[in-house]
Design a protein around this ligand. Sequence first.
Ligand code: HEM
Length: 492
Amino acid sequence: MAYSRAIKLVRPPKALSHIPHVPYFSYMSSLIKKENTISRNKRFANKLFEDPESNGLYLRPNVKGWEVVVTRPEDAKKLLFKSDIFPKADFTSGIDGTILSKFSRGPNLLFTTGAHWKAQRMVANPAFHRSAPVKLFGELTQKLFRVMDNRANKTVDITRLMEAWALDAIGLAGFDFDFNAIENPNSSWVRIYERVDKALVHPFYSFFPKADKYLLWVLPNRKQAHTDLDIFLKMIDNVIIAKKKALHENKSNKHLENSEKDLLTLMLESEAKGSTLSAKELRSNMCVFFAAGHETTANSLAYAIYFMAVNPDVQCKAREEAFKVLGDAQEDIMPTIEQTKSMDYINAVIKETLRSHSPALGTFARKATKDTELGGVLIPKDTMISMDIFNLHHNPNVWNNPDEFDPSRFLPGGEAEKQINNGFSWIPFGTGARQCIGMNFSLIEQRVMLSMMLRKFAWSLPEDSIHKDYLHTTNLVISSAKDLNINFEKLY
Ligand code: HEM
């Protein structure tokens, strides 16, 4: 029994034997050892692209079994648009009580499907359309400058700094809660959140969720993470109760423009006009905004800063644009929403960063509802399938010299515009009905922060950086770069 289960785990199903697969043990060992994203993909997937006959499909293990992975734009279109054939696979069942299920795998936008998901998206869409808190993002960037100014040493771990900035941004813009991570990265709320966040992505518990429930008595650190999570969830519950009360008593943050209100208030206001979400759904969505919106944006910002450090000409052009749009006075200028729309080059840098190193390495798996075809081969009913964003963005049959960082691809008349399947060859936020709801929110965050940063500092990579030859990123679902130190020089 145990033997046959083990065989089932390490060997792909017979029905999928026509699709090449990665070797189970070396792939798992690569995940557990947090092997660098580029080298993992070179070893396991890139070989496919060398074969002219390849349809870009391959098989790899996920937490629920084996999934087919897709790397071509034409297959992305079918997979992500035909949600009747390929709805999201259910990743919520069978793991009640784990950190993942308590924090993010609940009744929220990311994990529900069908009518349940639609009802939630109807409440959340108007909130995300109205939200564009440029003033808040600008003020947080000024706060960050004050902290950077006060440091004697101008070499900064940019991943840590962007994580602090993005945590304050999502706390305040999400539900008006101030972590104050920029000024006090060791505050108790920041530490609680960090411990929860770290516990969420632990590969061992992702693949062996039962240990997270039944073995806590021998796992004191894990038990502590559960306690931290309970405290964090209670805090969110209290914020929701207070917001609802304020709204009911007509005392919510009315003084703010709509675009500056937090997402929770905007969602509660949009509820007032029709469908409502339960307290559990609201809490679950707040958690998902953290899980899906914090590290993704933080890493995207850190990567953009890295790419501008190793491409000084790109940094120079981006700075010229920041001066052109915001003026060259020697003081902080916070962009308006209109100004963020006229930053063509900075936008191209952000887009090329997201092509080259999208923090979301892939989409969540879908599950085929019937026997169907993808990439010219049979996909049997119940097969799990996901989009490999990293390999799509690095597919040399799709992008010219994909390993080169070249923002001009995204300028008017550039390569991106000319691609026939353009809409599906650049999908850092996914595509189709389940496209990232926070896409514009995140792009605005990035335009505000980077344009202000470019006016205030020039930066470079230290001589001894481990990232000198290429950006070393790792992780299972959301990539990040460790020890990404950057030297900053103040311009005013
Ligand atoms: C650079 C930043 C971001 C990246 C790269 C990113 C990436 C993605 C991707 C690839 C998906 C689609 C997953 C799939 O199809 O399986 C997604 C969905 C989602 N993202 Fe983002 N995201 C980012 C920022 C944000 C932010 C800031 C928020 C919220 C404040 C957010 C909230 C969500 C939610 C709720 C979904 C699920 C939408 C649905 O299924 O209806 N994301 N994101």
